[in-house]
Ligand binder design. Structure first.
Ligand code: IMP
Ligand code: MG
Length: 176
């Protein structure tokens, strides 16, 4: 049991399970993108730790970059994407993989996808560590998912509660 910002959280996905699942995901990506020189674009801030771990396990030639989309306040998704910052790379004719920490309502990705597509990538796929499938309100084709989890607030491994908890090296879930 840990208290972050006055809320109590309990373990959901331990560190070793995360690390081994991410290694498996990376191996799938290594196979699928061999010779394709993909660029991985992480959505900040939440994806930084996951993408770092994933990247350590990629053996193919590839690049990494990050963008920022601010769309979340406290413990419920506002559903409004406020800003998209930093897509400076030329992704035309590139194989692009968007990397998320978690897909909740799906509104962030839904808002972001057209911005990528209008730059005419060779392909565009989604990769997320966590997916709250029951909470997702839009239809999204997610190519790679680490874990499907229930519709409850989680923190750790890059995910925050009002800015805190990102440095916890496992996934914790809000206690009942
Ligand atoms: P969506 O637009 O509702 O899919 O939400 C996407 C973003 O909301 C994610 O990239 C996270 O930054 C944040 N988010 C959604 N659920 C959680 C959660 O349980 N904990 C922490 N952040 C979350
Ligand atoms: Mg995020």
């Amino acid at each position: 049991m840990r208290t972050i910002n006055g809320k109590r959280f309990v373990p959901l996905i331990p560190k070793d399970v995360l690390i081994s699942r991410i290694e498996t995901l990376a191996n799938e990506v290594n196979k699928d993108y061999e010779g394709k020189n993909p660029i991985f674009i992480g959505i900040l801030n939440g994806s930084f730790m996951f993408l770092a771990e994933l990247f350590k396990n990629l053996s193919i030639q590839c690049e990494v970059s990050f963008i920022k989309v601010k769309s979340y306040e406290e413990m419920s998704s506002t559903g409004h994407v406020k800003e998209l910052i930093g897509l400076s790379e030329n992704i035309e004719n590139r194989h692009v993989v968007i990397v998320e920490d978690i897909v909740d309502t799906g509104n962030t990705l839904k808002a972001v996808l057209p911005v990528f597509l209008e730059k005419k990538p060779a392909s565009l796929k989604l990769l997320t560590l966590l997916h709250k499938e029951e909470a997702t309100q839009v239809s999204l084709d997610i190519a790679y998912t680490g874990f499907k989890i229930k519709d409850k607030f989680v923190i750790g491994f890059g995910l925050d509660f009002d800015g805190y908890g990102r440095n916890i090296d496992e996934i914790l879930i809000l206690a009942e």
